[in-house]
Design a binder for this molecule. Structure first.
Ligand code: ATP
Ligand code: MG
Length: 177
């Protein structure tokens, strides 16, 4: 269905507010508009945003910063960026980050399975969107998602309303090795 991306992201952030204040992490959302309407599957996008936030908190030390940005681009996309100033990654680690089971040497491998970003990439591509990353070791990491505005890029069966609306794309889901 169609959702206000800003309100949707705010709701997910609530789950991280306690840990942010406990760990003195500066945690903020900077949105260009109070409302950015986007067509997406809420169940899927929740998993993606939740994983990006859990990664940012996992790899950012106490007193660090996790900023989220939402804006629309001139090419007709809604863009969500999750930026942190944590441990970062090298260029060669960045190159593998969307692969199934990949976890960087510099990370904390025990705290996860290396599936979050591989799944996220699949879920974003089902939305005809893109996910990308830039990072510098011990400096920063920023993941950006771009989702097309409007709904012309979806098939009719993917836009079904009613109870099943948020699950209609799940049938097409298949993880790539
Ligand atoms: P899972 O998400 O399955 O619980 P995970 O968090 O290890 O496990 P991914 O979310 O796919 O797996 O991330 C893969 C790896 O990418 C991480 O283990 C880490 O090495 C690196 N990574 C991801 N996000 C960041 C970040 N914000 N800063 C530094 N490294 C990161
Ligand atoms: Mg993860």
């Amino acid at each position: 269905g169609e959702h206000n991306l800003v309100a949707f992201v705010k709701d997910i952030m609530v789950a991280f507010e306690r840990i942010a204040s406990k760990r003195k992490i500066d945690f903020q959302l900077i949105a260009s508009d109070p409302e950015v309407m986007v067509w997406f599957d809420a169940t899927m996008l929740d998993k993606v945003i939740f994983n990006l936030l859990s990664n940012a908190f996992k790899f950012t030390p106490d007193k660090g910063r996790v900023y989220l940005y939402i804006k629309t681009t001139s090419s007709g996309q809604a863009q969500i960026t999750v930026e942190d100033n944590g441990i970062g990654m090298t260029e060669s680690e960045v190159a593998h980050v969307f692969e199934v089971f990949y976890q960087a040497e510099s990370g904390y491998k025990a705290l996860g399975t290396g599936l979050g970003l591989a799944l996220s990439k699949e879920l974003i591509s089902l939305h005809k969107g893109t996910i990308s990353v830039r990072s510098q070791p011990n400096k920063e990491t920023a993941f950006s998602i771009e989702l097309p505005l409007g709904n012309k890029h979806f098939q009719e069966d993917e836009l079904q309303t009613g109870q099943a609306e948020d699950f209609s794309m799940v049938q097409n889901f298949e993880i790539q090795e």
